[in-house]
Design a protein around this ligand. Sequence first.
Ligand SMILES: [Fe+2]
Ligand SMILES: [Fe+2]
Length: 291
Amino acid sequence: MTSSQPVTIVHLSDLHFGGFADLKQIEALDGFLPTLNPTAVAISGDLTQRARHGEFQAAHLFIKRVRTVSAAIVVPGNHDIEWWKSPLGLLGEEQKYAKYLRYFSDLRPVLEVPGAVLAGALSSYGVAFGSLTLRLRDVAVKGHLPRSETNRVKKIFDALPPGVARVLVTHHNVLAGGISRRMGIARWRSAHRRLLETGADVILCGHDHQEAAGQIQGSLAVSTAGTHSFRVRGGRPSVFNLVKIDNQAVHIQHFRWVPGDRQFIPSDTFSFARRGPAQVAVSVAGGDQGL
Ligand SMILES: [Fe+2]
Ligand SMILES: [Fe+2]
């Protein structure tokens, strides 16, 4: 693997195949993705609305088409697991992921592409002890990143030569949403500490249904992609992110959906210095969002 070549990742999230999916956007993505010439496509969960077979089948076909363009990595979102088949994991962990695993073979995928390794970290556990908060509405929605997950990803990244881009893909948003003001993960302070320790250059996440580009503690870039369903936050347009990683920086560019034109157009770009001893302050936006 060459460690210094630039990497281009199309970051999609929350497709929500089912009644809320915007097929016009899906069709536009089919035509648009090849023009972006990605090194990889990452889809950070919530492929379905209700974890139904038909929804998984539509998602599976979409990702099959994506894979004719580039390598792809997919992680499950809270909508993709049948948590009710094993609330609190009391009946074991296998039941809730069985349907997802029929269509996507790995809950914790790792993808190696020229210049980068993308590692999935599982944050979707449904009604689970680690995801519980005092807020009743969070039950089965909130996620968490257990130590076993961050340790596993750290081990993968630690084994890589310096310079190879380290990309962590997870479903739940690790920074608070702009409108929702909410974190996707429970116990986020501990998660932030451990995410920093993984050595990741950038985290790709979704779940909030609002796009964002920011940093954890001013040093670890975070790309949050929006949704391609009608369930956008605050009536805003859908957005996906184009993440470019070069020797110096992680660049996150939003691509906004224009319904009237049926196309995605390039929008705001944010640049964050890559982590490591030789950091240069190139950040033009973001910060740690005061968390
Ligand atoms: Fe979602
Ligand atoms: Fe979600």
